[in-house]
Design a protein around this ligand. Structure first.
Ligand SMILES: Nc1ncnc2c1ncn2[C@@H]1O[C@H](COP(=O)(O)OP(=O)(O)OP(=O)(O)O)[C@@H](O)[C@H]1O
Ligand SMILES: [Mg+2]
Length: 474
């Protein structure tokens, strides 16, 4: 006989906080139910630990009040189960006598409070109110953070540039549709990350997202990966196998490097997109493909269409919603934000206390061209956190390329020398004269602004200042 009972809460515009009371003593349950119900809470009752855990898995609960000592399943076990369901559930444990052991254990699990039997009803009311209020406050904070964070971060995607704000907006708008998306951007610009964000904001989030790199597999393998195959359909096919289209049914299929797909595969994919049906390799049965496709490429697909290397009809089928991720060098305002984001990430992972990035190091990061985009920035920050002995990231723990401001456009290679100058030639003086001319000219073009002049010459501000001083140029 189960004694789980629900007492309806007084009507309110928002849901009344829900409390689960677990006690094997009937009189205690009833007392608490009356008191808490009168306070306006929605109360669930369970007579033992097992019933309580079943309830926790089905119902959302804000606060757990449980007797610690119960036969079979203890209150601490119930609390542990509650925390596994929802990390933020609060607990009040009731003990007949204070046992430090269980108290410590429950504390570790995050039961914030105790009541010892017999307890005063007013004390119960007060503790409950305190807990519920702190939970509500915390939830409001989380909500607030989310809304605030929205401008600089969406899911795990960080950015404040207009281009990225547009991307966030776009993901929000289109995630819940089933439209095919084409992500375009250089390597390391976050195409994979955006694909994930779309999936996890879609109604398909409880279904799998499967990815396939179309450039990494030979055609026959790619075909069987995508469509699956029947036993015996080719040498080596010794069993039937589901393809990603089946595994990803009602989910999302991410086709990475779609520009690399061979013409015959392009035809097959076009068929799936048009008919929403497909067959396994060697199979007769037509299978349904209820799938959201996201494709990505680091190439200019329209150019490949113009060159006759990518089917135009397929291009239009996948380019329903284009999202372009600009290279990092075209959204430098995102660099400080991203650098901080990765600094925090790796400091936490490596258990290091990091205070921040020095101004000079940040200057170098912002100025660098980032051919590997955000992936490169992430690697650089990981390395910096690993190497840095001080709590600040200083230029020395950045890679030489960044410290030197490279890669910059290559300087023209000097013309081969016709002859070696005769005796008396002073190479050092000659080189210095060239240096002096360049430094002076750069300063002139930069209107006397040294940072700018340094940039023109692809050198660090520090080296520039050194030369400017050496040649007495200001
Ligand atoms: N805006 C961003 N905020 C935070 N992290 C990012 C952002 N963009 C990319 N990253 C991170 O940078 C790395 C590279 O991103 P991702 O793999 O999504 O790039 P990609 O465009 O798919 O590259 P490729 O074309 O080489 O596959 C990942 O670790 C990703 O988490
Ligand atoms: Mg990728």
């Amino acid at each position: 006989m189960s004694t789980q009972t629900r007492s309806a809460s007084p009507a309110a515009d928002r849901r009344a906080p829900r409390i689960l009371v677990v006690d094997d003593e009937r009189s205690m349950r009833e007392l608490m139910a009356i008191v808490l119900h009168r306070e306006g809470y929605d109360v669930l009752l369970a007579e033992n630990g097992k019933t309580a855990i079943d309830l926790l898995e089905r119902e959302s609960v804000d606060l757990l009040i449980s007797d610690i000592k119960m036969p079979d399943v203890s209150g601490v076990d119930v609390l542990r189960a509650a925390k596994a369901v929802d990390r933020d559930i609060l607990g009040i444990m009731i003990t007949a006598f204070a046992s430090t052991e269980t108290a410590v254990e429950a504390m570790r699990l995050g039961a914030c409070d105790y009541l010892s039997k017999p307890f005063d009803v007013d004390l119960l009311k007060m503790k409950v109110r305190e807990k519920i209020e702190s939970r509500e406050l915390r939830q409001e904070n989380v909500m607030l953070k989310r809304t605030l964070g929205l401008t600089h971060q969406f899911a795990n995607i960080v950015g404040r540039s207009q281009a990225m704000l547009d991307v966030f907006k776009m993901i929000e708008t289109i995630a819940r549709t089933n439209s095919t998306i084409l992500l375009t951007g250089e390597s390391g610009t976050g195409k994979g990350l955006v694909a994930q964000a779309v999936h996890f904001h879609s109604l398909r989030r409880d279904r799998p997202m499967v990815s396939l790199n179309c450039g990494a597999l030979p055609e026959t393998l790619l075909e069987s990966e995508l469509f699956g195959h029947m036993r015996g359909s080719f040498t080596g096919a010794d069993a039937n196998k589901k393809g990603l289209l089946e595994v990803g049914e009602r989910g999302t299929v991410f086709l990475d490097e779609i520009g690399e797909m061979t013409p015959p595969m392009q035809v097959k994919l076009l068929h799936v997109l048009q008919e929403r049906r497909f067959r396994r390799v060697g199979g007769l049965e037509e299978l349904q493909a209820d799938i959201r496709f996201i494709a990505a490429t680091n190439q200019d697909l329209s150019k490949r269409v113009a060159e006759g290397r990518f089917r135009e009809d397929l291009f239009y089928r996948i380019n329903v919603i284009p999202i372009v991720l600009p290279p990092l060098r075209e959204r430098r305002e995102d660099i400080p934000l991203l650098a901080d984001h990765f600094l925090a990430k790796y400091a936490e992972l490596m258990g290091k206390q990091m205070a921040g990035i020095s101004n000079h190091a940040l200057e170098l990061l912002v100025r660098y061209a980032w051919p590997g985009n955000i992936r490169e920035l992430e690697n650089v920050m990981e390395r910096a956190v690993a190497l840095e002995a001080s709590p600040m990231v200083l230029p020395d723990s950045l890679t030489p390329a960044i410290r030197e401001g490279a890669p910059q456009p290559q300087a023209a290679t000097p013309a081969p020398l016709e002859s070696v100058p005769g005796p008396g030639f002073d190479l050092e003086a000659h080189v210095q004269e060239i240096e002096r001319v360049y430094i002076a000219e750069a300063l002139k073009r930069a209107g006397g602004v040294q940072v700018k002049a340094a940039e023109l010459l692809g050198m660090s501000f520090r080296s520039f200042r050194y030369y400017a001083k050496k040649y007495n140029l200001r």
